[in-house]
Design a protein around this ligand. Sequence first.
Ligand code: UD1
Length: 340
Amino acid sequence: MMVSSRKQKFGCVVTGVAGFVGSHLAERLLSMGYSVIGVDNFYSGYRENMVSFKDHPEFTFYERSITDPQLLVQLKERHPELRCCFHLAAIVSVPYSMEHPEETMEVNYTATLNLLKESNQLDFKAFVFAGSAAEYGNEQRLPLYEEYATSATERLSPYGEAKFLASVSVGASPRGVSLRFFNIYGPRQDPRSPYSGVISKFMDLAVQGKPLNIFGDGMQTRDFIYVSDVVDAYIAAAGLQEEDSKPVRDIFTSDRTSHIYNVGTGKTTSVLDLAKSLQQLVGKDESLLFLPERAGDIRHSQASVEAFQKATGWRAKTSLRDGLTKTLQWFMQQGGRDLS
Ligand code: UD1
């Protein structure tokens, strides 16, 4: 059982720490008493995402790229307490990956393999990787079981392909876990970048009183998962626990041959229902603007979450309504801030 005693310092690397999810994960780890070594090169992260913890005594930040050779070895020399790595940094834009397939492979696949190798050399207790639902391409069988993504799956982008290849290597490694995230949303998700999720875009438009843009008929569905549930999943995957809480199940003792797990809610919501729920929450009835379907969009996406629940006991706790409410509060607080 890999549970740290907080009397002995236990450090975690978080790559992509200035990103939307990475910053929430770092915040949680610090609040649990772990020390956090954050890495980001601000390729798509923001310094302001780290405001709440940048001065925490147990936090150290390195402006480095995950492609730097020997990154983890060097960090371990400076921080001997390092025992695990959460690897979230990546090229996250699917359109960018289409235009730069080689760079995407280099950053999202090759760099991941190197970090994994180093974490094995350093005898880390866990290496947890941010996989993606994009690994399933346009798979039609729903819900999506982990086994459905194979080398024969037709993926829609170099982003999806690189994530798949990396997941397979991580999942096969003795202390590696890949979490395939579905559609994550929550505070700090950037609404105005090419890879922005629909919820952050809708929030941004709704608080400005602008119509919500719906691509196609709005009947396409997604499995939306709130960021704090995602953070719970990372913590469970690494076998970390709150002090004094029940011991967590050790994922590495589960009977699966590959530690690749979906992380979603297992429930789906149509884009149209999402837009209507948000309008209700905002209390304004902005019009909906129906635009042509987005090229390359998949129609439906839904995770099977049985495997991860069985391996760790984790389950998503936040309802869509609660998650939207919290996200909306954040967007309202950003009211005066220029997000562009
Ligand atoms: C997400 C990922 C993508 C990944 C895919 C694989 C994001 C932003 N994208 O795409 O990288 O390849 O999962 O599963 O996380 N929509 C609107 N109006 C908008 C924006 C979006 O109607 O203003 C619709 C889209 O057409 C889509 C749905 O909302 O049908 C969800 O879009 P989005 O949030 O971009 O995520 P995915 O398409 O699922």
